[in-house]
Ligand binder design. Structure first.
Ligand SMILES: NC(=O)c1ccc[n+]([C@@H]2O[C@H](COP(=O)([O-])OP(=O)(O)OC[C@H]3O[C@@H](n4cnc5c(N)ncnc54)[C@H](OP(=O)(O)O)[C@@H]3O)[C@@H](O)[C@H]2O)c1
Length: 332
């Protein structure tokens, strides 16, 4: 990898939860960053200008995924692209077209700019939604979600991400773009942006009292800083190729609320499962070996949950504990 000084990279959807962390790490490493946002004047993107190195090396460019010219302008002259922008919703109209057309647009703009490499933020949603997978099968980079199943279950987010990733591979091959893909599981950890994004709501609802019970289901988790570090690592590692599953561990919701209640007993964390009739859902097996083979180390999920809650406190999203005793200690 040549010195990053003077290297220009574009990050799409720069103000988002994961992208903000990618921008932060890239600036810290010395890259010059062009971040695309839909509205550079929106206060919700203000945190980007406060990042270390932003004054000297960050430009915010107005771009929409469905506006090819805007992407072309942002990516022109870049050495690399991190395509992280995507709607995150189960509304089919808002999800599918921007995810799929937007990804093709970014690849075409990257091809025109002759970038060295493009990293695309896909999702576990493009990997594991397959009702025919054997329960003992280890989920790895060879797995793909079943599109018919996603459609029939109205899981439009997973459908959109899977179709977008497939389109990315096809378009990159046709246009000769060096594409590497990352498939994160549910992302938690400190927020840089002022607003709460969808994956953080997954935890917030257990702290505010809005969830009275927890579901009988499992979920894989990963720390947001790890996700951003993995993006940069696969961008910088010439031998990196294909897809990279980015996951630390799978927990049942019962385990999540138990960890939260131990660390933060002040909050009204649910203690009852919404489904006490069926057997407890089992964690699926997965491998994160491909990233580990690049020397990558994951943050433990307990630390990730702890940092998420601390960040929500700092952002004023949940009240600070009012206990007079010792400050909360974490043991992991
Ligand atoms: N968080 C997770 O658990 C998770 C897990 C796996 C994969 N991912 C993937 O990671 C990426 C980032 O997710 P996130 O959690 O960071 O979500 P986020 O905070 O909601 O960020 C999404 C970003 O995409 C931008 N965007 C949406 N539609 C756009 C459009 N039509 N044109 C331009 N920009 C658009 C948004 O811009 P505005 O601010 O203008 O709306 C926002 O900056 C997505 O591709 C998502 O599928 C996330």
């Amino acid at each position: 990898m040549p010195s990053v000084s003077g290297q220009v990279v574009c990050v799409t959807g720069a103000g988002g939860y994961i992208a903000s962390w990618i921008v932060k790490l890239l600036l810290e490493k010395g890259y010059t960053v062009r971040g695309t946002v839909r509205n550079p004047d929106d206060a919700k993107n203000g945190h980007l200008r406060e990042l270390e190195g932003a004054k000297e090396r960050l430009t915010l460019c107005r771009a929409d995924l469905l506006d090819y010219q805007s992407l072309r302008e942002a990516i022109k002259g870049c050495d690399g692209v991190f395509h992280t922008a995507s709607p995150v919703t189960d509304d089919p109209e808002q999800m599918v077209e921007p995810a799929v057309i937007g990804t093709k647009n970014v690849i075409n703009a990257a091809a025109e700019a002759k970038v060295r490499r493009m990293v695309f933020t896909s999702s576990i949603g493009a990997v594991y939604m397959d009702p025919n997978r054997e329960p003992e099968k280890v989920v790895d980079e060879s797995c793909w979600s079943d599109l018919e199943f996603c459609k029939n279950t109205k899981n439009w987010y997973c459908y959109g991400k899977a179709v977008a990733e497939k389109a990315a591979w096809d378009e990159a091959k046709e246009k000769g773009v060096d594409l590497v893909v990352i498939n994160p599981v549910l992302v938690l950890g400190p927020l840089l942006q002022p607003t709460v994004n969808a994956s953080i709501l997954h935890i917030l609802k257990y702290l505010t009292g809005s969830a009275k019970t927890y579901a009988n289901s499992v979920q894989a988790y990963v720390h947001v800083k790890d996700v951003a570090l993995a993006h940069v690592l696969i961008y910088e590692t010439p031998s990196a190729s294909g897809r990279y599953l980015c996951a630390e561990s799978v927990l049942h919701r019962g385990e999540v609320v138990e960890i939260l209640a131990k660390l933060f007993p002040e909050y009204p964390i649910p203690t009852k499962c919404s489904d006490e009739t069926r057997p407890r859902a089992k964690a699926y097996k997965f491998t994160n070996q491909k990233l580990k083979d690049l020397g990558f180390e994951f943050t433990p999920v307990k630390q990730c949950l702890y940092e998420t809650v601390k960040s929500l406190q700092e952002k004023g999203q949940i009240p600070l504990p009012t206990r007079n005793d010792e400050p909360i200690k974490i043991h992991y």
